[in-house]
Design a binder for this molecule. Structure first.
Ligand SMILES: NC(=O)c1ccc[n+]([C@@H]2O[C@H](COP(=O)([O-])OP(=O)(O)OC[C@H]3O[C@@H](n4cnc5c(N)ncnc54)[C@H](OP(=O)(O)O)[C@@H]3O)[C@@H](O)[C@H]2O)c1
Length: 200
């Protein structure tokens, strides 16, 4: 398959790229890195990326920042950051991609365990991840031409323990290589409207 991986240089993206590269043609995209540069929050930039990418069988997004902070202190602008970056960034990729993917192609989006397990300082993350999963479930019912869409909800990656471990006390981290297999199941499998979880 020709697979566009948006966020390929990130911690999750690198693991996914390693799992898929041996058996697929990967086109790597990122804000500052990869074969194609894109700002997923900017629809015109997303359209340009698709134009440059050419025909595609699958698109995977492993992007998205959310705001971590005390609920009582979060400003609407900070809350909106997560909505625009992680939620709308991935929604933009799907909306612009529907007419671009080959028949039977697939989208795989990234949510996260906080959709189901709220953490301290994580209201923005839980909101955004739950919205991504709602989008995936509903969009699957309307996609044309046999297109599929799924989300991957992972717990913390082992590779991210140093950076984010303190936000996730009592959560078991999993190696990126295992998380990557879940993305592979979404791309190479038959499921649609699914949220594939890897929580331990
Ligand atoms: N790390 C974990 O443990 C973990 C666990 C579960 C879920 N997740 C979720 O997985 C996603 C990725 O996390 P990560 O830790 O891999 O992040 P990361 O290491 O910061 O990587 C982010 C990737 O997204 C790209 N990117 C950032 N903003 C972009 C934009 N506006 N337009 C296009 N590309 C953009 C970056 O490209 P450049 O490098 O070129 O800037 C980079 O490739 C997030 O949604 C996160 O919530 C992560």
């Amino acid at each position: 398959m020709r697979i566009l991986l948006v966020g390929a240089s990130g911690t999750v993206g690198r693991a996914v790229a390693e799992a898929l590269a041996p058996s697929h043609e990967l086109i790597r995209a990122g804000r500052h890195s990869g074969d194609l540069q894109v700002d997923v929050t900017d629809l015109a930039s997303v359209e340009r990326m698709y134009e440059a990418a050419g025909p595609l069988d699958a698109v995977i997004t492993t992007t998205g920042h959310v705001h971590f902070g005390e609920l009582a202190d979060i400003t609407p602008a900070q809350f909106n950051l997560g909505l625009q970056d992680k939620l709308m960034g991935q929604v933009n990729i799907v909306l612009a991609g529907i007419k671009r993917l080959r028949d039977g192609g697939s989208f795989t989006l990234t949510s996260g365990i906080t959709a189901d397990e709220p953490i301290r300082l994580g209201t923005n993350a839980t909101t955004v991840n739950a919205a991504i999963e709602g989008f995936v479930r509903a969009a699957a019912t309307e996609l044309p031409r046999g297109l599929r869409i799924n989300a991957v909800s992972a717990t913390l990656l082992t590779e991210s323990l140093d950076a984010y471990g303190s936000y996730f006390p009592g959560f078991e981290a999993v190696p990126g290589a295992r998380v990557a297999q879940v993305y592979r199941r979404s791309v190479e499998g038959v499921g649609t409207g699914r949220v594939y979880t890897i929580w331990q």
